[in-house]
Ligand binder design. Structure first.
Ligand SMILES: [Fe+2]
Ligand SMILES: [Fe+2]
Length: 248
């Protein structure tokens, strides 16, 4: 089965972790994805991070982006047969992964991990889960992060595959800014997780009148390498197709 990146709605991750083996509620229920998404502090931090990035000319990093990353991270682990709770932690890490941008773009992954620790601990998440989420957030950036766990790998794949026209804030700038131009040229992005073939493929439809495929590589080569390592961590290969042509 495939998952559409264009679908911006986050599927509700499972809540199996809230039930014990005999179906009774455990003493302390798990912190769910929905609880994190609806937390007022989380909303405030995500909006602050996005407006800080708008000020310095970055593409959209708000609720659309983080919701999508959460959705892809969750579905990727579910499709590959990982436990429900692990997939839910990936969704939580995906939703929180860019909050550090509210403090500074530099080292935002690590700053965001510490901010998430405070939020999740206050919500009652146990330390062994908090540290998994922190590790994924702190390693999501391609220049200073690695796929250290399945949760981290899933967040990297979700984050790096969100290249899309809708992220460009000001289409008038596409003549001048290569990041805006490449993002604007991407009409469709689709992360195909093929569990039977153990293959993850990012399928892009690019308008080459706006940006040439070479420009995409110029900008996103390090991101594609990060995706490859993340896919390998999950026991799969990684491929890229542009306008139907397989490039990797
Ligand atoms: Fe980021
Ligand atoms: Fe991101």
């Amino acid at each position: 089965m495939n998952q559409r990146i264009a679908n911006h709605k986050v599927a509700a991750p499972g809540t199996e972790a809230n039930r014990s083996a005999n179906g009774e509620a455990p003493a302390s229920p798990a912190v769910t994805f929905e609880m994190v998404r609806d937390n007022p502090r989380v909303k405030s931090f995500i909006r602050s991070a996005d407006s800080a990035l708008a000020e310095i000319g970055y593409t959209e990093h708000g609720e659309r982006h983080v919701g999508l990353v959460a959705h892809i991270a969750y579905n990727t682990l579910k499709r590959l047969g990982h436990p429900d709770r692990e997939a839910e932690l990936a969704a939580i890490a995906g939703y929180l992964h860019d909050i550090g941008n509210a403090v500074n773009r530099e080292v935002h992954a690590q700053t965001g991990a510490v901010m998430a620790m405070r939020i999740l601990t206050d919500m009652g998440m146990p330390d062994e889960e908090v540290v998994q989420v922190m590790g994924a957030i702190g390693n999501h950036h391609e220049t200073d992060g690695s796929a250290i766990s399945a949760v981290a790998a899933a967040v990297i794949l979700g984050d790096k595959s969100d290249v899309h026209r809708t992220r460009v804030r000001n289409p008038d700038m596409i003549k001048f800014d290569v990041h805006d131009r490449v993002n604007y040229a991407v009409e469709k992005s689709f992360l195909n997780v093929d569990e039977s073939r153990k293959e993850i493929t990012l399928e892009l439809t690019i308008d080459t009148k706006i940006s040439q495929v070479m420009e995409y590589f110029e900008i996103f080569m390090t991101r594609m390498l990060a995706c490859r390592k993340a896919a390998l961590f999950l026991g799969t290969s990684f491929g890229l197709t542009v306008n139907g042509n397989r490039l990797t």
